[in-house]
Design a protein around this ligand. Sequence first.
Ligand SMILES: [Ca+2]
Ligand SMILES: [Ca+2]
Length: 150
Amino acid sequence: MPSGTLEVLLYGGFGLKNTDFFGKSDPYAVISCRRQILRSETARNQGSKPVWNQAFQFVVEEGPVTELVVKIYDEDRFTSDDFVGSIKISLEEVLTRGSVPATGYEVVLPSGKIKGVVKLALKFTPKIITGHSSGSKNSSNVSSHSFPDP
Ligand SMILES: [Ca+2]
Ligand SMILES: [Ca+2]
């Protein structure tokens, strides 16, 4: 995997598990790429159809091709947050094509069952290497300015 910037556009989800007993759950996403972890806003009271519309940027260093892990939780005030499900996306496609359009990814519960879909798009921008090693002789055009002493 080359170094660069991976952009994740998180749109929203539908059909997600409602893990609140009263009313609707409050889903948020925790997106991780290698050791970088980013969290979305909480879609308060949006239950199984949260809308986030948020963009995230991961700085990726050179190394083996990895995957993007998206975990969905329900924010709870008095108890620990409930786990709503997770998604794993291989970054192979975005690396070869540069971008992957908005796609619905199936959300997997701990039991292995699929419950709902989360829509996101991916974009990868490789890092531009500013090489000093190429010995082009453009530096001769640089004009030198002389400033008078105060
Ligand atoms: Ca809950
Ligand atoms: Ca909740």
